[in-house]
Write a protein that binds this ligand. Structure first.
Ligand code: NAD
Ligand code: ZN
Length: 346
């Protein structure tokens, strides 16, 4: 089968590889579509090889069950679904409490195993997955469903984690209206009465934000903080969702969040070590405000996100590419040329 693999730091290519073998508790899934996340770019640009043998990318996977492991109950071939990306232990205190995204087995700061970031992922014709990661999607389109596995899951989790702040009359700021951000705007619209202010660098992204339901769209820059403060009577935004995660957006978040507000750091853009985290907690940080470094989401967040899509309240803006065009699609994402989410179809 064909697979888009990271073969060395900075190098991805389509390679011919064997169809994966499955264990007794696994499923073999025929991939219908696989989304491209900015995290794939972070991985591509990571200076060291993350795995000795080539790694198939892709953690946003939708497809059909092709084969079922000998010890799997309750799943059958032909079922359509998405793959929950936290391949957590399932038995620790966090997992049994429904917080699989912060599974204790992963350690204090790592993340649970995730397809395409350790085990082989879904940018291929087939993928092996643990049976418990399979979540049915009914007749939802694969290209719509694949980005729900991360772009929606992670956005939903971040928004749900700020629900105390998202009361009627509140203001939510979404920084970075890309694959995650344009979905976050729709989730905010569908699940809260907050006024939504989107911030991005280009007119096309701001236009997408408005089409997704943002009340206001601001160009990102030195004026953004003052504009957000002006809009909120000087108090700041009740919730700020940072889907970029560089020093400039971290500072913008810190300087524009309200007292008792929520700052949710989702973007993994990185920055000067220490600078990103330092202002949160320092003298400029409002009393009572909370920061969460938000990772992925829970199974429940995924189920809720699928329900939003099935109810027509969440539509991913998809740019479709053939699997063979994977390298070119990654390059387009890197150049900031994708609007919404790029999806590969094998
Ligand atoms: P994307 O490339 O699709 O979107 C990023 C958006 O940010 C683009 O629209 C871009 O124009 C905008 N942007 C860039 N610089 C900006 C600035 N200075 N001000 C405002 N906007 C700016 O990326 P994505 O796939 O949506 O991922 C976003 C980030 O979230 C990445 O860092 C990714 O690695 C991370 N991520 C984190 C998690 C998690 O669980 N924490 C999960 C998925 C992705
Ligand atoms: Zn991702």
């Amino acid at each position: 089968m064909r697979a888009l693999q990271l073969v060395d730091a900075g190098t991805v290519e389509i390679r011919e590889v064997p169809v994966p073998e499955i264990g007794p508790s696994d499923l073999l899934v025929r991939v219908g579509a696989a989304g491209i996340c900015h995290s794939d770019l972070h991985l591509l640009h990571f200076p060291v090889k993350i795995r000795e043998e080539p790694l198939t990318l892709g953690h946003e996977i939708a497809g059909t069950i092709e084969a079922v492991g000998s010890e799997v109950d309750g799943r059958h071939t032909g079922e359509r679904g998405v793959i929950y990306l936290c391949w957590s232990c399932g038995v620790c205190r966090e997992c049994i409490s429904g917080n699989e995204n912060v599974c204790l087995a992963a350690g204090r700061t790592a993340m649970p195993p995730c397809p395409g970031l350790g085990p082989d992922g879904g940018m291929a014709e087939y993928v092996r997955v643990p049976a418990r990661s399979f979540v049915p999607i009914g007749d939802l389109d694969f290209e719509q469903a694949a980005p729900i596995a991360d772009a929606a899951l992670t956005s939903y989790h971040a928004v749900r984690g700020a629900r105390e702040q998202l009361q009627p009359g509140s203001t939510a700021v979404v920084i970075g209206v890309g694959g995650l951000g344009h979905v976050a705007v729709q989730i905010l619209r569908a699940t809260s009465a907050a006024r939504i202010v989107a911030v991005d660098v280009g007119p096309e992204q701001l236009d997408l934000a408005t089409r997704c339901g943002a009340d206001l769209a601001l160009e990102s820059g030195p004026e953004s903080v003052r504009q957000i403060l002006d809009l909120t009577g000087g108090r700041g935004a009740d919730a700020v969702f940072d889907f970029v995660g560089i020093d400039a957006t971290a500072r913008m978040s810190v300087e524009s969040v309200a007292p008792n507000g929520a700052y949710r750091m989702v973007g993994l853009g990185g920055g000067v070590p220490g600078v990103t985290a330092e202002p949160a907690g320092g003298p400029g940080w409002p009393w009572g405000a909370s920061v969460r470094k938000s990772y992925g989401g829970t199974r429940r967040d995924l189920v809720d996100s699928i329900a939003l899509a099935q109810a027509g309240l969440l539509t991913v803006a998809v740019e479709r590419f053939d699997l063979d065009e994977g390298r070119a699609a990654l390059d387009r994402l890197d150049a900031g040329a994708i609007r919404g989410r790029a999806v590969l179809v094998p």
